[in-house]
Design a protein around this ligand. Structure first.
Ligand code: HEM
Length: 168
């Protein structure tokens, strides 16, 4: 069993980011994208945009903390896991970035925080197509990430998942 543990701040950030990302993927796919662009949708878009920005801040904070705090031993398996983590982080940041570009292109910032109107449909914007495809890529990467954690937990039984918990 490895003795390495992530710091409490890293554990908290990991699980808060995971929860917010999962919530946004589900609500974005099943609620937001199916609603017509009426003024009633503005409140939900506001929450989506603020949570999306929060996700980007949480990920960047985790990256900075990861550089300041002790890292796990650099085994071959750890190097691969680190690479997978970088790909996942970059893809989620790309999702937040494409959402922000869409907001700029479509006048969404003015509709949500000012007095502008929503566009008739977001799907006419290229950034909306990119945002949708990147969301699917994040879902696939999250599924792989979870599958890998479960494989370590139940087949390899190497205690890797325990590093991301508060257990002693
Ligand atoms: C990492 C954070 C984010 C996640 C996980 C996320 C997730 C999603 C998902 C899953 C969809 C539906 C995609 C589809 O079904 O094709 C969506 C739509 C959308 N997102 Fe995001 N998003 C994030 C960040 C942002 C940001 C930062 C903004 C704007 C500043 C934004 C603006 C939008 C808009 C305008 C839509 C279109 C809604 C519609 O089609 O009616 N998103 N998002």
């Amino acid at each position: 069993m490895p003795t390495f543990r992530y710091a409490k701040s890293q554990v908290v950030l990991h699980w808060v980011a995971a929860l917010v990302i999962a919530l946004m993927l589900v609500t974005g796919t099943f609620i937001l994208s199916n609603l017509p662009n009426t003024p009633d949708k503005i409140g939900m878009l506001r929450i989506h945009m603020m949570m999306g920005s929060l996700v980007a801040i949480l990920i960047l904070t985790r990256v900075v903390l990861g550089r300041m705090l002790p890292a796990p031993p650099a085994t071959d398996a750890q190097k691969k896991a680190h690479l997978a983590q970088i790909v996942l982080n970059l893809t989620v940041l790309l999702l937040a970035a494409s959402g922000s570009v869409l907001a700029l292109q479509s006048g969404l910032f003015d509709a949500v925080f000012g007095s502008g109107a929503l566009p008739e449909d977001f799907k006419v914007f290229t950034a909306r197509q990119v945002h949708g495809w990147v969301a699917k890529a994040v879902m696939a990467l999250v599924a792989l990430h979870v599958a890998s954690a479960l494989f370590h937990q139940f087949f390899l039984k190497d205690g890797e998942l325990a590093r991301m918990t508060f257990r002693k």
